[in-house]
Ligand binder design. Structure first.
Ligand code: DX5
Ligand code: ZN
Length: 227
């Protein structure tokens, strides 16, 4: 299983994204949090910013849409060239149709679940998605504490991915540190968003290494034949 570390630029210096991106070259993707002050009580940036980031980022973009009406906006992010576009299950009644549209445009399609959202209805739809994002905090703000009670969802997802053999990335987002990443990895996550723990570190590259090691050494199935 591959470990992916996706730093969230929500915790970066908004006035210096280009230099901030150069500090995280050893990461896998850049996580970009789009908030609309409706779906979540906070506002960040939109499509115009992402189009520009797409031009200057050395890493592919992992877009996390915390917005209402993703049908209206998500395809534009895929058309802008984002590698991955994840929308919230709670914000749409047609997740499969939207995921198909994103894939058709050429992006990986992701679905995100808030901490209180049950994963069960999505388990039989997994082949429609390339990524499931299990929120490990309430979406809206960086710097919150990891919610352990979300871990059973990952275990359910990992078991389903294992039994079906699908290539679906299992992402966690919120409160990921060198300690909590071990818990999330053991529960079955393979893709880790980290905002404050990476950009708040004196040496982001060293922190990315530390997170990667923590995840790899505690990954689900380590020690048996599963890889
Ligand atoms: C929260 C965002 C996260 C946030 C994580 O709503 O989705 O991506 O940047 O920040 P940390 O890692 O500081 O919890
Ligand atoms: Zn996020």
């Amino acid at each position: 299983m591959v470990t992916r570390i996706n730093p969230s630029i929500l915790a970066a210096d908004f006035a210096n994204f280009e230099s901030e991106l150069s500090r995280i070259r050893s990461a896998d993707l850049v996580h970009v949090d789009i908030m609309d002050n409706h779906f979540v009580p906070n506002l960040t940036f939109g499509l115009g910013m992402v189009e520009r980031l797409q031009q200057v980022s050395p890493l592919p973009l992992d877009i996390h849409l915390m917005i209402d009406n993703p049908e209206r906006w998500a395809p534009g992010y895929a058309e802008a060239g984002a590698y991955s576009v994840t929308f919230h299950a709670e914000a749409t009644t047609e997740p499969v149709a939207l995921a198909r549209r994103l894939r058709q445009i050429g992006a990986r399609a992701g679905i995100a679940l808030k901490p209180g959202t049950d994963v069960t209805p999505y388990l039989d739809l997994l082949d429609e998605f390339d990524q499931v994002l299990v929120m490990t905090v309430e979406p809206g703000f960086g710097g919150q504490s990891f919610m352990h009670e979300t871990m059973p969802k990952l275990a359910q997802l990992r078991a389903k991915v294992h039994s079906t053999g699908l290539d679906v990335w299992l992402q966690v987002d919120g409160g990921i540190t060198a300690q909590t990443i071990e818990i999330a990895a053991a529960a079955g996550a393979d893709t880790f968003v980290a905002g404050s723990s990476v950009f708040g570190a004196e040496n982001p590259a060293a922190q990315i290494d530390l997170l990667r090691q923590g995840a790899a050494s505690h990954r689900h199935g380590a020690g048996n034949l599963e890889s």
